[in-house]
Design a protein around this ligand. Structure first.
Ligand code: FE
Length: 354
């Protein structure tokens, strides 16, 4: 944001309006509890009336959490881990978010993901209090995304929309947003990946629509699996959107037993024809085709996860994934044993037939 001049531009506008500004910079990817507490202390010193977060999902998520500890210094991180338990915000400041990546849609959601590195656990914080007051969705910022990030964040957005559409909490208010987002991602993601300016712009809007859908309808087990495998292996991080892209077709096949009609709706909205079960099959094929086009592997094995390590850890990961906050709204219930089987399918690329 500094290098491309966006930060200076924003500060310039604020100064022109006679607003005093202080910058807090250098939030790391997958922001830590320590960074959140540092930022909150910085805010307590400056006492802003307005918090403006600009950048990718990480700085915006971190700023949302800083906001809580700015307004409530006595609150502990442990106290806000429980979803929808936050104290009433906006006592000291309002919040603006300006995203530079096209995926998380954190600028319109009630979520923030903060990592506790002492335990290696990623916490999805959730509360409508941290939904920003204003989102500035300026496509110019998204033009700066590197190619791989464009692919991963784009598939994250597709996953948000698909999971929201089949979620047990779907509603007539979230369905149109989800379907439009899905249509736009299929339409624009490959060109956006290849650097087309208009496609980048459309993806920036599509991910925001998906965000409005899932902030209200919530998600499902693709996200549960991505959260609990993202930092689980010694071979390195699986980027969030990349993990979602790998798991999505397998989860669709698992969930289809309970939500076939809903997936068929999605398939038909993007021009796929046939019976419900044919539609689901072709939708999964389409997602795999996109993964190939976007250089995303279609199994965990192809991603480079070590087989022995996978086998050793899969049962613990399965248990944690079932306990993830996103599992509750998944259309089909899942046991730890089924989750282990499903994860094993995503490792070897075997058929999901249970
Ligand atoms: Fe996501």
């Amino acid at each position: 944001m500094k290098r491309f001049g966006f930060a200076d531009k924003a500060v310039g506008y604020l100064n022109e309006a006679g607003i005093e500004v202080k910058l807090f910079e250098g939030v790391e990817p997958d922001p830590s509890v320590e960074t959140v507490m540092k930022g909150a202390a910085f805010m307590r010193e400056f006492e802003p009336d307005l918090i403006i977060s600009m950048g990718g999902g990480s700085p915006i998520d971190a700023a949302k959490a800083m906001w809580v500890f700015y307004e409530y210094p006595e609150t502990t991180f442990e106290e806000i881990i429980t979803p929808f338990s936050f104290p009433e915000l906006r006592q000291k400041a309002k919040f603006i978010a300006i995203p530079s990546t096209s995926g998380t849609a954190t600028e319109v959601t009630a979520f923030s993901v903060i990592t506790d590195y002492s335990t290696g656990v990623k916490y999805p914080l959730a509360d409508f209090n941290i939904t920003p007051d204003i989102a500035i969705v300026d496509p110019d910022l998204a033009q700066t995304m590197p190619k791989t990030l464009t692919a991963h964040t784009g598939m994250d957005a597709l996953t948000h929309a698909i999971e929201a559409y089949v979620s047990t909490l779907n509603s007539p208010f979230t369905d149109p947003l989800a379907l439009k987002a899905i249509y736009m991602v299929f339409d624009y993601l490959p060109d956006s990946y290849n650097g087309d300016k208009n496609a980048r712009e459309q993806m920036h809007y599509a991910q925001c629509l998906a965000g409005q859908a899932f902030s209200n309808a919530l998600l499902g087990i693709v996200h549960s699996m991505a959260h609990k495998t993202g930092a689980a292996f010694s071979t390195g991080h699986i980027p969030h959107g990349c993990a979602n892209a790998i798991y999505l077709p397998y989860v669709i096949k698992y969930n289809a037993k309970c939500a076939e009609g809903r997936y068929a709706d999605i398939a038909r909205s993007v021009g796929i024809e046939g019976s419900d079960s044919e539609c689901v099959e072709k939708l999964c094929e389409k997602i795999n085709e996109y993964n190939i086009k976007l250089n995303i592997p279609i199994t965990l094995k192809d991603f480079g996860i070590n087989e022995a390590e996978f086998k050793e850890k899969v049962s613990k990961i399965a248990e944690l994934a079932v306990g993830d906050a996103c599992t509750g709204s998944n259309p089909r219930p899942i046991t730890p044993a089924e989750m282990e089987k499903l994860l094993t399918c995503t490792y070897y690329g075997t058929e999901v037939d249970f």
